[in-house]
Design a protein around this ligand. Structure first.
Ligand code: NAI
Length: 332
């Protein structure tokens, strides 16, 4: 058993740099930049602690292989654990820890950046001026002041997004099953989903991906939305039925789409595919629209977040190695 060694999957050069700085001499991170899945899992043979990220496939198969190889702890370098078969982990007695919150400000600020960039046509203006074209035709934007914004999920990020939009003079609606009071204290109006979908000019998703939130934006909900709605998703790709969203862009119901996450992102995101023939026709089609911004899951990607993710991960692992209580344990 490699005692102080931790095997980190999906660890890019920037992760490796931050992990090694915060680990100091307490831990040794051996890193692979590819994902953990049933094929790569056997590479963790002999590692008691394995670290994984958002798009690693921690299905029952992967967990079985890890357990056979002696893995006892999986340290997620992210908050969400929808990619982990929790029941299988429990059965195999593999413990799971996560990083519950890493700079929600980073994601909230990024969400606002997507909204403003879309609302004022910044990508097109940027490219146009680079080409010596200073015409304003086609760049007409809108004021956020007095627009109604619907937030689905009024947790840490949703609340920060709402506060920022209130400062713009927006009317903020929120659909939040558990933290209604906190949201109302911030001046948001708590509403049901149908009201949010029918009344919002801008809809932004900040809830986790669960069985009941998968495809929370689907054909039926899109039908209810206002003409020319702006839709933003910086949470998890499968909150949107992307095929239905694509249709609604083609039939001009959605006037603006900003997504930092995508249902099938695990085969694409975090890697350079610029020389590949990308086979995913949905994302390729989305990228062609002038009123769509797609980014590759970078909402969290600030220095402060990375520093926090890595230091929490190291603390989580040291708690396990020293037999202490796991403060960030994910319970099945
Ligand atoms: P949080 O747990 O503080 O807030 C989520 C809120 O969603 C909670 O208040 C919860 O009550 C609510 N919720 C639960 N079920 C719901 C439902 N059925 N409908 C509506 N709301 C529901 O989480 P936080 O930190 O605000 O993160 C939100 C999401 O942002 C995460 O789930 C994650 O998917 C995503 N995220 C994206 C990042 C990126 O880089 N793009 C980085 C970090 C998180």
């Amino acid at each position: 058993m490699k005692s102080k060694h931790v095997l980190a999957f999906s660890a890019k050069s920037y992760d490796q740099e931050f992990l090694s700085i915060v680990a100091e001499n307490n831990l040794e991170f051996d890193c692979y930049n590819f994902a953990l899945d049933p094929i790569s899992a056997s590479m963790a043979n002999g590692y008691e602690v394995v670290s994984a990220f958002v798009n690693d496939d921690l299905c029952e198969n992967t967990l079985n292989i890890l357990a056979k190889g002696g893995t006892k702890l999986i340290a997620l370098r992210c908050a969400g654990y929808n990619n982990v078969d929790l029941k299988a982990a429990k059965k195999l007695d593999i413990k799971l820890v996560n990083v519950p919150a890493y700079s929600p400000h980073a994601v909230a600020e990024y969400t606002i950046a997507l909204m403003l960039a879309l609302g004022r046509n910044l990508p097109r203006a940027y490219n146009r001026v680079k080409d010596g074209n200073f015409s304003l035709n086609g760049l007409l934007g809108f004021d956020f002041y007095q627009k109604t914004v619907g937030i689905i999920g009024g947790g840490k990020i949703g609340q920060l997004v709402g506060q920022r939009l209130k400062a713009f003079g927006c009317n903020v609606l929120v659909y939040e099953p558990y933290k209604m009071q906190q949201c109302e204290k911030l001046g948001f109006q708590a509403v049901d989903l149908a009201t949010l979908f029918t009344q919002s000019d801008i809809i932004t998703l900040h809830c986790p991906l669960l069985e009941d939130t998968r495809h929370i934006v689907n054909a039926e909900m899109l039908f209810m939305m206002k003409q020319d709605v702006m839709l933003i998703n910086t949470s998890r790709g499968a909150l949107l039925d992307t095929k239905a969203v694509l249709k609604s862009i083609k039939n001009r119901k959605i006037a603006y789409l900003g997504i930092d996450v995508y249902e099938e992102e695990s085969n694409l995101f975090f890697d350079d595919h610029s020389l590949d023939i990308i086979q995913d026709d949905i994302i390729q089609r989305l990228i062609t629209f002038p009123n769509v911004i797609v980014t590759g899951h970078q909402g969290y990607f600030t220095q402060k977040s990375l520093q926090h993710i890595c230091s929490t991960t190291v603390t989580n692992i040291l708690q396990f190695m020293q037999g202490e209580q796991l403060l960030n344990q994910v319970i099945a």
